[in-house]
Structure formats: structure tokens, C-alpha cells
Design a protein around this ligand. Structure first.
Ligand SMILES: *[C@@H]1O[C@H](CO)[C@@H](O)[C@H](O)[C@H]1NC(C)=O
Ligand SMILES: *[C@@H]1O[C@H](CO)[C@@H](O)[C@H](O)[C@H]1NC(C)=O
Ligand SMILES: *[C@@H]1O[C@H](CO)[C@@H](O)[C@H](O)[C@H]1NC(C)=O
Ligand SMILES: *[C@@H]1O[C@H](CO)[C@@H](O)[C@H](O)[C@H]1NC(C)=O
Ligand SMILES: *[C@@H]1O[C@H](CO)[C@@H](O)[C@H](O)[C@H]1NC(C)=O
Ligand SMILES: *[C@@H]1O[C@H](CO)[C@@H](O)[C@H](O)[C@H]1NC(C)=O
Length: 534
């Protein structure tokens, strides 16, 4: 969901670093033991859960690459299940954590138990690595070897590089990667193929439980890119929806054109939360609040720092290497911080206060690239396949006008977005097969109305996207949560959680116009941090 090359496309939730597990480790034919790696699971065309990772069930489900053309071969999809209430046959709710490229397996392993505090234990939680992600094939790459990929990624441009260079680099990679994938199975990894996999899983599960597969309903919770997956699902199978919760919504109709200038329109509002929470937390917790008499003073001070960095990057004198930190570097870190305010507002304040003093140590310690290389390639290729060669920015002039639109929408985010997300599909022409081309959104009735959720301070999926996409689905409702962050789940809003529980339990939708607040105090966004080493 979530990209800069540090490209946070739509912006991935909980993008944790992890090695890419080898897909060709020899599989053992013993699935009765507790497994700790998908390589230990025998793939099956039927539902076949095995105990894994101490408290989960796992399955490697073999599916056709193209449901309409079985000849082209199969791939195996990694599923994981968390049995919430002791009954493995209770109905499932499926999850996607974002990206594209986010691992559902990694997400559920980390968050399965925590999610019961929001969703209760009526449903079991099921997630999966979608096509082209982590344990699931096909392998998606824009390089002939891991070394070649690392070399390419090491030469990627910083956001401060001139725009013609960003444009040129995206052309070079796009053309190269298109050629490289001319004969690969990468093209079977688009979003509508993943929707078909979800339906296939749901129907197989129904059959296994003695129910009519053609009547089985999908329950689903998607965050960030996961909302695009959910919107696509709802559009393709409107009469097969059970409970559908879409949180941190992508403007799906624009996503499929490859560029959406409105993505960053709530970015500056996220910064408003940062400045006012910093002021209210006080200078003990937020050093930028020292001497401030209002939130505006914090913002003025932060803007002065950006201006100073423009004129004079801060020099790093020693470890890890001599170098410098620019305005664009700080802007990138800061914009990413808006995704996860409880984890990143504090570090951002420390980094900024350090740079004011000409000290890069907090930046060096805390500013890590948000995505691993593996996630990045999945993100790039899945987005491109969904785009199917329809990228609306046709030439450099179009790119410049896109930059102007972004500038109008966000002072703090435009450069980050213009040099990251904006060009990821440029010249990347990988067309999905006929049966996996998404036909677009039309207003439709759904078997159960959808619950859309958005926060008011989301840097990459603005609240307006939830309202725009809600228009396509009759009777759907939007729940607004007045808080910063990408997804409402970090906002600890009792009001929002109750609304979700009412929907999960009885299908009741929130009243139009309800705005939930975060229950966190400003100080909770600035926990005491260990001091950066001098
Ligand atoms: C397979 O699983 C059974 C039952 O847990 C166990 O007794 C056996 O040792 C396992 N075999 C191998 C090769 O791991
Ligand atoms: C990929 O899946 C493995 C489990 O096989 C998991 O441990 C890991 O966290 C996942 N990777 C990511 C990036 O989530
Ligand atoms: C792809 O396959 C076609 C037809 O077999 C061949 O002409 C072309 O060279 C191949 N391209 C690549 C990049 O391997
Ligand atoms: C705050 O004000 C005091 C007194 O004027 C001054 O010494 C100090 O440098 C100021 N601190 C900051 C961070 O501006
Ligand atoms: C760029 O592409 C647009 C269509 O997207 C077209 O209208 C315009 O004439 C092109 N500009 C140049 C300089 O080629
Ligand atoms: C949804 O169903 C209602 C009632 O049958 C109907 O009046 C309405 O036109 C339908 N909407 C769409 C978009 O088909």
C-alpha cells in the first residue's frame, strides 16, 4: 500500500523485514508434524490444513495459473489459519494486509491473536500469500539473479535526484523488466487472479464442510491494497459477499490507471496531527515543542528546518559512512512516519531535533528503508499487471503535470510520492491473460452491504477514496475515524471497534455521518525513546 523504491505504492501495512524463503527446498511427505516452513508442506488441490508455527494451521493449495486455461500449469498458494474460538470448522474471514506484495502469512503470524480484540472469536482468521508474494508462486522479479537485482536496487535514485533522471530510470527498468518477463508466468499474478483464488478457496472449504459451494459467501477484511482486492472481489462476485470490511481505501477506479494524484490529499492533515500532538505532548516527549506556544509554532519550526536543509544538507561525519542528509531524505522518512504514527511520531521528532543541531545520529539509527527488496519487486509487478499497459502518464510532459497536481495536494508529501509511487509502472507492460483482465467498476447491489473505513489523517489512502468507492456499492457505508495513520487499527478507537463488532455480529452498519475519535492521548504518540548514541 504500501512505495518509495523506497516506493510505498499503496502503502504496505506492517512491512517487516524478512528473508525470502526458498521455494525449491525439497518437500517432505510428512504433514502430520508441526511445520515451521511451507517447504515442509505437501501441496494439495484440496483443503488440507496441517499444524504450523505453534498455534496456526497451514496449507499449500495447488491452483491453476489460469482457471480458464488449465494447460498453462499450476502454482501453490500459501494459506495460514488462526482458529480463534476452538472450532476449526467455524466460518472463516479472509485477510489481506496490503502492498501489493505484503505477506498474509507473515501478517497473520504476527497479528492473528491481536485481531481478536477487534473481530472477536466468531470467525476463524485465514490469510495467504497472494500470487507472486513470499511463499506463493509465480516468482516475480525484474532481474536475472539476486545479485543483479541488488546491484540495480543499490543504484536507485534518491528522491532528491532531478525529475528527468527519475523518469529515465523508470523507463530503463520498465523496458528491461517487460522484456525479461515476456515468457514468464508473472502475468498470472494480477489482482483479479487473486480474487478467483479466494473464491476457489471459499468454494472448496464449503464442499469440504458439506455445503453447496456455489452458495458459499466470502467474509473478508482488507487493509490498504487489501481494499483494492476487496473492491475487485465485490465487483466480480457481488452476490457472493458475506461480511466485507475495507479499511484505508484505495481509490480503485484510479488505481487501475496507474496514477492517482488524490492519494496524498490527506497527507498534510496527517502532519497537522503530528504538530498538534507534539505540542500537546510537550517538550519532554516531543523536543520540537520546546518554547512553542501553539501547534503552529511546531510547524513553523519544522518548516524552518526543511528550508535550512534545502540550503545546506547536514553532514554525517563518521558511522556508518561519511555522507549527508538532505531535505528530501527527511521528507521521505517523515512521510512514511505518517503511516504509523504511534510508532514513528516520536522518532520523527527526535530525528528533526537532531538535524536542527547538525546531528545525524538519530536519523542514522532510526531511518530504515520501509520495504525489503522482495516486497518491492512483488509490488512493482503486481501493480504493473493490474495496470495492463494503461498507464495514463504517456510522456515526460504528463509526468510534470502529475507532479504539479501532487504539489497542489500535499506540501509535505508531493516529492516523496512523485519520485516513488508515481512511476512504478512506467513502461512496464505485462498483460494479464484474457480471463484475468478486470473489467472495471460499475454501480452494483451486493448480497451484503460493505463496511468502508477511513481515517482523516491517512498519508496515502485518503478518506475521500472510501466515499468514492462506496458509491459503487449500494447500501455500503463509510465509518470515519478522526485520527492520523494508514488504517484505523492503530488508533485504539473504542467507538470504531464497536462499529466493526456490530457489523461482524449482526451486519449492522454505522449511521451515516458518525465520526469516531481515537482514544489515545497525544502523549501516547510520543513514548519515551532511548536516547540516540552520540
Ligand atoms: C512423520 O510423522 C510421524 C507422526 O508425527 C512421525 O512419527 C515420523 O517420525 C515422521 N517422519 C518423518 C520422516 O519426519
Ligand atoms: C513469509 O512467510 C514466512 C513464513 O513462511 C514468514 O515467516 C515471513 O514473515 C513472511 N515474510 C514476510 C515479509 O512477511
Ligand atoms: C520469448 O519467446 C519467444 C517465442 O518463443 C522468443 O522469440 C523470444 O526470444 C523469447 N523472449 C525472451 C526474452 O526469452
Ligand atoms: C527556548 O527559549 C530559551 C530562552 O529564550 C532559549 O535559551 C532556548 O534556546 C530556546 N530553545 C529552543 C529549542 O528554541
Ligand atoms: C504527451 O502525451 C499526451 C497524452 O497523454 C499528449 O496529449 C501530448 O501531446 C504528449 N506530449 C508530448 C510532448 O509528446
Ligand atoms: C439494486 O436493487 C434495487 C432493488 O431491487 C434496485 O432498485 C436498484 O436499481 C439496484 N441497483 C443497481 C445498481 O442495480
Amino acid at each position: 500500500m504500501g512505495r518509495t523504491i523506497s516506493l510505498a505504492a499503496v502503502g504496505l501495512l506492517a512491512a517487516t523485514a524478512s528473508a525470502f524463503p526458498s521455494l525449491n527446498t525439497k518437500r517432505q511427505d510428512n504433514t502430520t508434524e508441526m511445520v515451521s516452513d511451507f517447504a515442509q508442506i505437501t501441496p494439495s488441490k484440496d483443503i488440507n490444513w496441517v499444524p504450523c508455527y505453534e498455534s496456526f494451521l497451514c496449507m499449500y493449495l495447488t491452483v491453476p495459473l489460469d482457471y480458464k486455461v488449465p494447460d498453462v500449469g499450476n502454482t501453490d498458494i500459501a494459506f495460514i489459519k488462526y482458529v480463534t474460538g476452538g472450532n476449526p470448522s467455524a466460518p472463516d474471514i479472509l485477510f489481506n494486509p496490503g502492498g501489493p506484495g505484503g505477506s498474509g502469512v507473515g501478517f497473520l503470524k504476527g497479528s492473528g491473536q491481536g485481531l481478536t480484540s477487534i473481530l472477536g472469536t466468531e470467525y476463524n482468521f485465514v490469510s495467504f500469500d497472494p500470487r507472486g508474494v513470499n511463499n506463493t508462486g509465480p516468482t516475480l522479479t525484474c532481474a536475472t539473479s539476486p545479485e543483479a537485482r541488488d546491484l540495480y536496487l543499490a543504484t536507485r535514485l534518491k528522491p532528491s535526484a532531478p525529475f528527468p533522471e527519475h523518469w529515465a530510470q523508470s523507463l530503463a527498468l520498465g523496458d528491461y523488466c517487460t522484456e525479461l518477463n515476456a515468457n514468464t508466468t508473472a502475468k498470472y499474478s494480477g489482482t483479479s487472479a487473486v480474487v478467483q483464488d479466494m473464491m476457489h478457496f471459499t468454494e472448496l472449504t464449503a464442499s469440504t464442510n458439506g455445503q453447496a459451494p456455489e452458495e458459499a459467501l466470502i467474509n473478508y477484511f482488507g487493509i490498504s491494497y487489501g481494499t483494492l482486492l476487496g473492491q475487485t472481489l465485490a465487483s466480480m462476485y457481488p452476490d457472493r459477499l458475506g461480511r466485507i470490511i475495507l479499511d484505508a481505501n484505495v481509490y480503485g477506479a484510479r488505481y487501475y490507471t496507474g496514477f492517482d494524484a488524490s492519494s496524498v490529499e490527506d497527507g498534510d492533515h496527517a502532519f497537522n496531527f503530528f504538530f498538534s500532538f507534539c505540542y500537546e505532548a510537550g517538550s519532554e516527549l516531543c523536543p520540537l515543542a520546546a518554547n512553542a506556544t501553539c501547534a503552529g509554532d511546531v510547524e513553523t519550526r519544522y518548516r524552518a528546518l526543511l528550508q535550512t536543509l534545502d540550503d545546506e544538507p547536514v553532514i554525517r561525519k563518521g558511522q556508518p559512512t561519511p555522507g549527508f542528509v538532505t531535505r528530501a531524505d527527511l521528507e521521505s522518512y517523515a512521510y512514511n512516519a505518517m503511516y504509523e504514527p504511534t510508532a514513528k511520531f516520536g522518532p520523527l521528532a527526535m530525528i528533526a531535533a537532531g538535524l536542527e543541531q547538525g546531528d545525524t545520529s538519530a536519523y542514522d539509527l532510526l531511518a530504515k528503508p520501509p520495504f525489503t527488496n522482495d516486497l518491492l519487486e512483488s509490488l512493482l509487478l503486481i501493480t504493473a499487471i493490474d495496470n495492463a499497459g494503461n498507464f495514463i502518464l504517456k510522456n515526460y510532459t504528463d509526468y510534470l503535470s502529475a507532479i504539479t497536481q501532487l504539489q497542489e495536494n500535499s506540501f509535505y508529501g508531493w516529492r516523496y510520492y512523485a519520485t516513488g509511487n508515481t512511476l512504478i509502472v512506467n513502461h512496464l507492460n505485462i498483460l494479464p491473460p484474457e480471463s484475468q483482465v478486470f473489467k472495471g467498476f460499475e454501480r452494483t447491489n451486493t448480497s451484503t452491504p460493505i463496511l468502508f473505513i477511513g481515517t482523516t489523517g491517512d498519508p496515502v489512502t485518503p478518506l475521500s477514496s472510501a466515499f468514492k468507492m462506496s458509491q459503487y456499492f449500494e447500501s455500503s457505508k463509510v465509518l470515519t475515524v478522526d485520527a492520523p495513520g494508514h488504517s484505523f487499527t492503530g488508533a485504539s478507537s473504542k467507538c470504531a471497534i464497536e462499529a466493526v463488532q456490530a457489523y461482524i455480529g449482526t451486519g449492522t452498519l454505522p449511521e451515516v455521518g458518525i465520526i469516531c475519535k481515537t482514544d489515545l492521548l497525544p502523549a501516547s504518540y510520543f513514548p519515551k525513546l532511548p536516547a540516540a548514541p552520540q
